[in-house]
Design a protein around this ligand. Structure first.
Ligand code: ADP
Length: 489
């Protein structure tokens, strides 16, 4: 089986969030499984700076129509200069300096780049053009999020008239329904699609075009990143206006929980940590906590629990709730670590609070992978008060590092955190039901109460560290879906 993974970001080449972890790690997992897989990603500025020595210019240059323009797609592939391609896998970088040689992937904190429709229509078309040029006959094109939503729609038409695509099946994975790729009707021209697609059954959405909808209506299989979220998005409450459309695809809709990369996230061998530790002996975690305390300049007793938040600063992540809880957390003498990048107004909100509590709150507005590792390891409790959460990786990473999550009972948080010991799993975290301040603080209180009892806490930490969030199970599920042998539910 020949598989293409197509994503607008993938670790280690580019990352703004969980999509990158999923695409990059799934690619490596498929290689580990001995599968024939290719990964397609844009060649961003950060990628070319960091990986200049690991990639080769294929010399292939293609003309891609974008509206009335013709844009050049130059194709690079992963392989140290002069070395042959890796027979087991192939990473293709789609390059166009105008579109991708920029500071950010999608835009600065103030807002998206205004030409994102053109940039990702270009990317989607380029991938198919590369398939043609290199005669790559894939069995499955696994597309991700709105940036690649046009691909299944293009394939629907192409497989009727092009032998190369006649047996190609498409999978479209929704990583977050809140980001739909909405553009004015004038953007239709950029996609190359005719006005017959600008209908309620097509990609029209309340007068705009919707690229996520393009993927949903046309892919052979639609998946999302947890089973609970797969159910939630069928409801008006969490469907972002697309619940009706999704209900029409209910029989082709599956939930597959993401995993995390056990090589990158491994407290027993993490080069970013001052000490290593494992489930059987968590002594190293104390050293990591000390290092985090020094890094943050936290004052007071080191037995005090450190609570942390790492994630995008967006309404979705419950930043307003987090900020709302701060006075109460400070009243109790707790320490709070926050690392996040995102909306300017949320950044300001957190900065204002942090300024009020020097020595107690440490806030970094930015993206810092190394610091994230130290914080996952050095803190005690991980806060994830998301309004909704398709899967969420932060809670899984935290658990792997023995940091116990307090999270909203929604989506993938509900599917990965066991808040009450049951026949299959010991309790490994805390869930709160209602997205409100009293409910959130009650969740934190339960965690603090458990923290106060050394034996109880050790058991929860041990269970959290032992929960399996590795990729093999989820990769096998995707493979079943590609082969058409999976059952829904
Ligand atoms: P998202 O909705 O952003 O995809 P996830 O929880 O699925 O959220 O994944 C977020 C990933 O990005 C995690 O690996 C998390 O550690 C990382 N991350 C998010 N924000 C930052 C940041 N500011 N610095 C470092 N890592 C971050």
């Amino acid at each position: 089986m020949k598989i293409a993974l197509i994503s607008s970001e993938a670790v280690p080449y580019s990352k703004t969030g969980g999509l990158a972890d999923v695409a990059g790690t799934l690619y490596r997992e498929y290689i580990r499984m001995g599968l024939d897989v290719s990964l397609f990603v844009p060649l961003y500025k950060t990628t070319s700076v960091k990986f200049a020595d690991s990639m080769t210019d294929t010399g292939i240059s293609l003309d891609i129509p974008v509206g009335s323009d013709i844009q050049k797609c130059r194709l690079f592939r992963l392989a140290a200069k002069g070395s042959p391609p890796d027979a087991r896998g192939q990473v293709y970088f789609i390059s166009n300096a105008d579109y991708f040689d920029r500071e950010e992937l999608y835009g600065p904190p103030e807002g998206d780049y205004p030409d994102n429709a053109a940039r990702f229509a270009f990317f989607s078309k380029s991938v198919l053009e590369v398939c043609r040029k290199l005669k790559l006959k894939f069995d499955v094109l696994h597309c991700n999020d709105w940036q690649t939503g046009l691909i299944p729609l293009y394939i629907e038409a192409l497989r009727l008239r092009e032998k190369l695509f006649e047996d190609t099946r498409t999978m479209f994975t929704i990583h977050n329904l809140g980001y739909q790729g909405l553009f004015p009707p004038s953007a239709l021209d950029l996609t190359g699609l005719g006005p017959d697609h600008f209908t309620p059954e097509g990609i029209e959405f309340y007068g705009n075009i919707n690229l996520l909808k393009a993927g949903i209506i046309s892919a052979d299989m639609v998946t999302t990143v947890s089973q609970t979220y797969a159910k939630e998005i069928l409801t008006p409450d969490k469907g972002f206006g697309l619940d009706g459309v999704l209900r029409t695809r209910k029989d082709a809709l599956y939930g597959v929980l993401n995993g995390i990369d056990y090589n990158e996230w491994n407290p027993a061998a993490d080069p970013a940590l001052p000490a290593s530790y494992a489930q059987s002996d968590a002594a190293g975690k104390k050293i990591c906590k000390q290092a985090l305390i020094s890094h943050c300049g936290f004052t007071g007793k080191s037995e005090m629990p450190i609570l942390s938040f790492i994630g995008r600063l967006s309404e979705q992540k419950g930043i307003v709730l987090l900020a709302g809880s701060i006075n109460e957390l400070m009243r109790r003498g707790l320490k709070l670590f926050i690392l996040g990048r995102g909306d300017a107004h949320l950044e300001k909100l957190l900065r204002d609070y942090a300024g009020r509590y020097p020595g107690d709150i440490f806030f970094v507005a930015g993206f810092d992978d190394r610091l994230a590792h130290l914080a996952y390891a050095g803190s005690d409790i991980f806060l994830m008060p998301s309004v909704y959460e398709p899967c969420g990786l932060g809670q899984m990473i935290a658990m792997r590092y023995g940091t116990v999550p307090v999270a909203t009972n929604t989506g993938g948080l509900a599917d990965s955190i066991t808040a009450e010991t049951n026949a299959r799993q010991d309790m490994n975290g805390f869930l709160f039901n209602e997205h409100s301040l009293p409910s959130f603080t009650a969740g934190i209180n339960s965690a603090l109460q458990a923290y106060g009892n050394r034996k109880v806490w050790a058991k929860i930490v041990c269970s959290a560290m032992g929960t399996d969030f590795s990729w093999p199970g989820s990769a096998a599920k995707y493979l079943e879906l590609y082969k058409g042998t999976a059952h829904n539910g």
